[in-house]
Design a protein around this ligand. Sequence first.
Ligand code: 5RP
Length: 223
Amino acid sequence: MGVEGEKRLAAARAVDLVDAGMTVGLGTGSTAAHAIRLLGRRVREGLAVRGVPTSEASAALARTEGIPLAGLNEVERVHLAIDGADEVDPQKRCIKGGGGALLREKIVASAADRFVVVVDSGKTVARLGAFALPVEVVPFAREQVRRRMLALGASVDLRGGAGRPFVTDEGNSILDCSFGAIADASALAARLDAVPGIVEHGLFIDIADDVIVGRGNSARFME
Ligand code: 5RP
């Protein structure tokens, strides 16, 4: 089974957790897209749920799949959120934001009763940091934050480049910050939380309740 197959197996296992009446956070990226398509199939078979999308792209996909949608401000509770990740360590800490949706993703994941991360086997790592950490910044503060990240030892790339910077759904920019292996992910997250101008960063610490890893022909919950 290739990478796409592993993603789909993990996504299917998570979609099995959805029950009638649930409000479901819909993640962003190719693995989350598998989950949205699989959930759409169940909706067309009669399952009554609604989705809270984490990006305009996921909202568009969910609409084509026939999943009723609501904004986060319109719901009292998100029962379950399903999303992919760029890296996951053995403590279920993640780097997310490769698709640029980390801000809404973290808000929805944190609001959910249960947050389930779905990944292919290539995303599991002993230590976070090989994947450049996405840091979402307000454009006004971009260069100040870049200097702060350099001072913290990262090499920094503005996503999209200076000519055509990538713009998030919330109108911000993303700095991709390569720290290399991150010795203390929780401490780094706390430092980034304290920098004015950083709207959010892609370290998801103590947010994932479950991680489902597609590996070969099966998908298993991480212990
Ligand atoms: C988007 C994300 C994605 O979940 C992450 O980048 C993984 O993407 P994919 O499932 O396509 O590998 O965080 O902001």
